[in-house]
Design a protein around this ligand. Sequence first.
Ligand code: GLU
Length: 314
Amino acid sequence: MKQIVGRFAPSPSGRMHLGNVLCALLSWLSVRSQNGSYILRIEDLDPERCPRAYADLIEDDLDWLGLDWDAGASKGGLDGSYYQSERTAVYQTYFDQLERAGLLYPCFCSRAALHAASAPHLSDGRVIYAGTCRDLTPEQIAQKRRQRGAAVRIRVPDETISFVDGLQGVCTESLSAECGDFILRRSDGVFAYQLAVVVDDGREGVTEVVRGRDLLGSTARQIWLYRLLGFEPPSFIHIPLLNDADGRRLSKRDADLDLGILRKRFTPAELTGALAYAAGLIPAPISVRAEELIPLFSWDKLPSGDLCLPDGFF
Ligand code: GLU
């Protein structure tokens, strides 16, 4: 049987908050309950927003929670650095491959121009690119380059991608109608998340991606990119949102409760117990260590709707 490889891929733009802890816990339990290996990848593509000090705190917070990893972050591993900020040369190779295939084009549209264009807005706030720069002539490109830097987009085909998400069920997206040509490199030269995540998961042999439901809308285009770059797509499990005990969305303040604060209020076992209860893994919010949950873990136990924290958690 194929070895399961899972990962936690946080962007260290701040301290981990509850949603990140839930994602780390569930992705770790899934891997450990299948005797797989677990990677910690630091998604600090934008080094200005993601200082190394926050990445170091993530390692410290995972240690505190009792979640270990086999490769990644300061531990390193077979694929060189697991900090995305140190992998620019790797992304460049794959970017060049797509460029040679004639799939990329420069896009000079400003943020304001993108929003003003009459492209439909999707429910998650994404804007479908109207294709303004899709068919510029070499002369137009040269002239625009003199005025401003360009982002680089990839041309998506008229193709529909379907996949079965482990929790969300069958998902289908038309690349041209519901996604549109998307950015692979920003105008400041930073490679986009969509490219980096596929290259890294592909090269690191990740077989199972567990992450928040907010990224469900990125999955179809990522599956298309995996195939284009010659990687086998992993399976996907998008975890539901975390609500308070009454089923209400966490307020901005609650949702922002980060581990700096939570570590003062709870022991690791209390926090793990509250999240395990919300995820349906234990019948009451008792104190439990992550390791003790391994034999109890099954994705089938997760409720189909949003997850609710225990009464009195806040
Ligand atoms: N770095 C992303 C985040 O922290 C997660 C990316 C992923 O899991 O694919 O939201």
